[in-house]
Structure formats: C-alpha cells, structure tokens
Design a protein around this ligand. Structure first.
Ligand code: HEM
Ligand code: HEM
Length: 185
C-alpha cells in the first residue's frame, strides 16, 4: 500500500474563525474577571463568547463537512470503541474530531452557555449569591476542560503524527493514505 500523503480540507473558514475568537474571548473574560475596573471589558468578552457559541450551534446544523454535529456526535458506542482502541495501542484515526475530543467540545460549549447566562444574570442582580457561585463554577469548569482539551490535542497530534493545531489554522490536514483505519473512513 502506498504511504504518500493527501491533503484534505477539514475545517472551513467560519469554524476556524470561531475557534480562535472563542479562545481570545474566553481568555479575556477569564483574565478580567476579578477586576471591577475591567468589568466592561469582561462583560463585552463574555457577550462575544455567547455570540460565538450561538453561531457555532447554528453552524453545527447548517455548516458543511466535518463541522456538522452529525459528523462527530459522540455516542456511547463510538466513545467506548475509541477508548478501547487507545487501550489496545491502536488508536482509531479520525479525519474530523475524534469521539473523546467531541465530548470535550460539547462540554466547552455547555459550560460557555452556563457561564455567559449566569454572568448576565449576576450583572442584572438576578439570582443573588447562588448565581455568582454558578458563574464562577461554570467559568472554572470551562477552564478545566480547556486544559484537558489542549492536552488531548497535543497527545493526539503525537499519536497520529499530524499537526492538529496547524490544521485548525490553515483548514488543511495531510492524511497518510495508509491511515484510513477508522471505520467511518
Ligand atoms: C480558551 C481555550 C479554548 C477553547 C474554549 C477551545 C475550544 C474548542 C472547540 C469548541 C473546538 C471545536 C471546534 C469546532 O468544531 O467548532 C476546538 C477544537 C480544536 N482546538 Fe481548541 N479551544 C481552546 C484552546 C485551544 C488551543 C490553545 C489550541 C492549540 C494549542 C487548540 C487547538 C484546537 C484544535 C487543534 C482543535 C481541533 C481538534 C481536532 O482536530 O479534533 N484549542 N477547540
Ligand atoms: C462567558 C465567559 C465568562 C467567563 C469565563 C467569566 C468569568 C468570571 C469569573 C471567573 C468571575 C469571578 C470573579 C471573582 O472571583 O469574583 C466573574 C465575575 C463576574 N462576571 Fe463573568 N464571566 C463570563 C461572562 C460574563 C458575562 C457575559 C457577564 C455579564 C453580562 C459577566 C458578569 C460578571 C460579573 C458582574 C461578575 C462579578 C460577580 C461577583 O461580584 O462576584 N460575566 N466572571
């Protein structure tokens, strides 16, 4: 079998702009959270993050190719098969998001929605101390998943000897023709 590589268009421009804008808005919101003086920046970053997530939820249905939720919805079956393949030391290769990465993605989106909604409520003095705690908890929860997400990106780049970060920048992946062992193709 030939082992030459073939370029595949994996992430469209809207998905890539979404990703790096989400990174920026989350980091800005997180870093400005403690300061009364920077509250306007904090709130603006938080609303930006909410808008980005709203866009991504829409794009998951109307967007194309590997960005569609139907393409990477992590069912328990897919997740278990993926974890088994890791344990056996023969990790399934996915051109789009792998099932473990997909779980992290939905958690990031979920925590982002809760953080933005509870932040808005706190700002409007709705929900009192509980809402503040929820806001801080969701934001810290999101940060925890971000750390796991970045570790996952590094580990799977290494496992498959492919540069996932570059793919999220350029949109292209070089796929080894011999790397098509994943059942989905
Ligand atoms: C604030 C931090 C971050 C958040 C909230 C975040 C969130 C996300 C989300 C939601 C996706 C899914 C993309 C989509 O289909 O729409 C994703 C994918 C991805 N992220 Fe991040 N991300 C963060 C930081 C980073 C950083 C710092 C890197 C680079 C080191 C990175 C690299 C990637 C890559 C390579 C993918 C695609 C993974 C794959 O090939 O399946 N992310 N991220
Ligand atoms: C979605 C991204 C967001 C993240 C990651 C985030 C993160 C945080 C964190 C960690 C705190 C706690 C700071 C402390 O220790 O006191 C905080 C406080 C706060 N955030 Fe956000 N926030 C976000 C969005 C928003 C939005 C959209 C609003 C308003 C519309 C908002 C309004 C506030 C307010 C008013 C506080 C102060 C609460 C208090 O007095 O304890 N945040 N934010």
């Amino acid at each position: 079998m030939s082992t030459d590589t073939q370029p595949i268009r994996v992430w469209d421009l809207p998905t890539r702009i979404f990703h790096w804008s989400l990174v920026a808005s989350f980091l800005i919101a997180f870093l400005t959270a403690e300061s009364e003086k920077l509250r306007d920046i904090h709130v603006a970053a938080g609303y930006t993050l909410a808008g980005l997530i709203a866009f991504r939820l829409l794009w998951g249905f109307v967007g194309g190719g590997y960005s569609r939720f139907a393409e990477f919805l992590p069912t328990p079956r897919k997740l278990i098969d993926y974890i088994k393949s890791l344990i056996k030391g023969r990790p399934q290769h996915h051109v789009g998001h792998n099932p473990a990465g997909a779980v992290a993605i939905f958690l990031l989106l979920g925590f982002g929605i809760i953080a933005a909604a509870s932040g808005w409520a706190t700002y409007e003095d709705i929900g009192g101390h509980f809402m503040e705690e929820l806001h801080e908890g969701a934001s810290n929860g999101m940060m925890a998943i971000v750390v796991i997400h970045i570790a996952g990106v590094i580990v799977s780049s290494w496992l498959h000897q492919e540069n996932l970060v570059l793919a999220m920048i350029t949109g292209w992946k070089k796929i080894r023709n011999s790397a098509h062992e994943n059942p989905a193709g």
